[in-house]
Design a protein around this ligand. Sequence first.
Ligand code: APR
Ligand code: PHB
Length: 392
Amino acid sequence: MKTQVAIIGAGPSGLLLGQLLHRCGIDNVILERRSPDYVLSRIRAGVLEHGTVALLREAGVAEHMEREGHIHDGFSIFVNGERTRIDLKGLSGTSIMVYGQTEVTRDLMKARKTKGASSIYEVDQVKLHDIASDHPSVTYVKDGQQQTLECDYIAGCDGFHGPSRQAIPRDRIREFERTYPFGWLGLMADTHPVEHELIYINHPRGFALCSQRSLTRSRYYLQVPQGEKVENWSDDRFWDELKNRLAPDVAAKLETGPSLEKSIAPLHSFVAEPMQYGNLFLLGDAAHIVPPTGAKGLNLAASDVYALYHLLRKAYLDKQPEALQRYSEICLRRVWKAERFTWWMTSVLHRFDHDPFSQRLQETEAAYTLGSVAARTCIAENYVGLPLERID
Ligand code: APR
Ligand code: PHB
């Protein structure tokens, strides 16, 4: 089989890139290890930056989001019981869209199916070949048969553990990493969200987050120590601990109910540089990971897609393949700003085993940034999403 762009992975990165390329006539095939149902069973964040929303519109997959998503003009941060509202709209002029990432993936899968574009699910042993040459290819096994997909370019959209980043010679890639000594225990429930807007909480017992998927579905998180087991957390224990970390007037409004899902996710910051080698390009989690504080994962993946999509248009439609050389440097400028912001939010909002001096510094960082209009403006402009670079 032959295509122009071989896309490995049908997460948000691969599906969105495939959809945009398909609409401008650039042929592509998506290879995915899992089944569509498995891909849709993963629960991820639910905050879309305005740039991501614009890209989903450009991809022609915004209809369900416009109907079911909710625009939020702000969110709250509590530190030691004291609330500060970050007025996103007032400070940055823009808002965010609260819409589940699982829904984004579902909308993209549907659009791809309608268009009849080629997606091959449940493939095994995906291997990349000749990525530094003009004739790269991908081999894989489907239903026990080995297959070859020849292509011009490979888009590695296969997440943190996928084969694409591993295909780059070790001496041609540099990795930057930070781990955090805690995880997030998440719970989803069909209950009314405790407030209309999201709430981030730094409490002496640890971080908590009140988020939502719709007016009747809530998503809550608690900071838990590294290595904690989800089996140790009954629903009752979760709700009791969440109430402990909420201000009394907020806790009084909390509606509890049986969990639909409960899981623990570690926190991790990671960047691989450069994000390209030969005719292979890395996008989304294949190239970088951010901790979930600030919900940048999907949004950062979308900005990689935006860059590669525009550069591939240049390569194919304007006959300027050399434009693709700029991919990594364009992406990394924005990636590192999101790494900085999510590291900062994580540092300020969680409880660490700090020495007394570091603890005072954290309290002062919070007091200063939440008390200053200039600093709140900086939080707001990062939260709604820094501008996407124009590519011309
Ligand atoms: N062969 C084929 N597909 C693979 C392989 C492989 N060997 N390994 C992984 N994949 C697939 C995974 O099954 C998954 O569906 O690649 C996809 C990667 O998807 P995500 O992990 O969601 O990564 P990405 O699309 O970059 O997502 C960006 O959205 O899903 C969130 O946490 C993610 O916030 C991040 C953002
Ligand atoms: C979520 O809704 O799951 C969510 C929202 C905001 C975050 C992280 C996760 O910062």
